[in-house]
Design a protein around this ligand. Sequence first.
Ligand SMILES: Nc1ncnc2c1ncn2[C@@H]1O[C@H](COP(=O)(O)OP(=O)(O)OP(=O)(O)O)[C@@H](O)[C@H]1O
Length: 126
Amino acid sequence: MDSHDKQTTKNHRFTQALYHAIHGTWDVFSRERNMRYHVTAAVVAVIAGFWFKISEQEWLWIIFAIFFVFLSEFANTVAESLTDLIVRGRYDPLAKRIKDVSAGSVLLSATFAVIVGAIIFIPKFF
Ligand SMILES: Nc1ncnc2c1ncn2[C@@H]1O[C@H](COP(=O)(O)OP(=O)(O)OP(=O)(O)O)[C@@H](O)[C@H]1O
């Protein structure tokens, strides 16, 4: 942990804010188990996109679906961390609700991405 990690005041420079944003992004990508599945699915979708030479509009839907899933995993991580910060390991029915609903939002976004992928790629196989 370097001195940056102990800062509790506002960021004074854009580069400082950028550093923390990149740090937070890397934290989710490197530590969240589900993120590995999302990244793998995204890489497969991008390779398939190049392979099938999909249209510009189809790329936009694929990119939207990828970022939508990533963002929902980020929001899920925030909800889980805030919950853990508050309950500190204690069982609480509200903590369960928050975590279950938050996990449900990731499931919904992933389902959306699968539907987008199916609509774009299934017809290309025939
Ligand atoms: N403090 C708590 N009080 C009540 N239920 C909890 C608590 N912590 C976790 N749970 C329950 O355990 C489940 C798993 O918790 P966890 O923190 O591992 O979430 P997760 O969604 O599995 O995490 P990840 O997204 O990292 O896989 C939650 O969905 C919730 O039902």
